[in-house]
Ligand binder design. Sequence first.
Ligand SMILES: CC(C)(COP(=O)(O)OP(=O)(O)OC[C@H]1O[C@@H](n2cnc3c(N)ncnc32)[C@H](O)[C@@H]1OP(=O)(O)O)[C@@H](O)C(=O)NCCC(=O)NCCS
Length: 222
Amino acid sequence: MAIYSIRAMELRDISQVSQIEREAFPPPWPATNFKRELVSNSLTYYFVANEETPEQKEPAPVIEAVNNPGPSKSRLEALRFGLRRLFGGREMPAVPSQFILGFAGLWFMVDEAHLANIAVRETSRHQGIGERLLIAAIEVSIERKAKFFTLEVRVSNRVAQSLYRKYGLIEVGTRRGYYMDNKEDAVIMTAEGITSTPYVKRFQDLKQAHAQKWGNQVFLAR
Ligand SMILES: CC(C)(COP(=O)(O)OP(=O)(O)OC[C@H]1O[C@@H](n2cnc3c(N)ncnc32)[C@H](O)[C@@H]1OP(=O)(O)O)[C@@H](O)C(=O)NCCC(=O)NCCS
């Protein structure tokens, strides 16, 4: 079982994240331009699940998602802001490069949070990592007061649909022939009212259940 932290994606993670993307969504699915997303798109937010080396396995509470202070700040400032917040204003330790187990990407548009991407390395699946990335994505969407959390998923992707259903996303429509490789339809799945008291309660319960089941593997982001 992997021990990992969830943290904001950085430029140095691009090659590993691209590898995970290619593994999960093989060509001809177009590769995401991660550099552009990280550097120049203040409306996107990417997370990674970062495997911890044994000497870094210090017990710590499950993380709060690193927050982006807003579109006026550069990605680097946003990242520093988030990390300073996590470290309570103290100097951050040097961050060595690590092994990335999975990633998720979010776009914010007006009052909508759109899950653009989520994938876990094939060898690390079924260990709660995909769910933990989804939790981080929903959490930051609630913090940013998005009204909807939405995404597209292949009609045939029952595994991902089951994960999304668990977090209250329901099918609201279909995009015919959405996927370029085989013209497969996409199901549009949405959770509305994610800042409402009932949704937040359900979300917190699920997050707690995940922490009880897997939490001893998730560590404070460095
Ligand atoms: C979808 C994906 C991210 C899930 O990641 P994961 O780390 O394996 O999933 P988890 O271990 O966190 O499982 C969480 C939930 O996913 C669902 N799930 C996971 N594996 C499943 C399986 N084999 N069958 C059915 N549901 C499954 C379940 O709802 C599960 O919750 P449960 O444990 O309460 O049953 C992963 O399968 C993946 O990377 N797939 C390829 C990329 C992809 O399809 N992304 C989605 C694009 S829309």
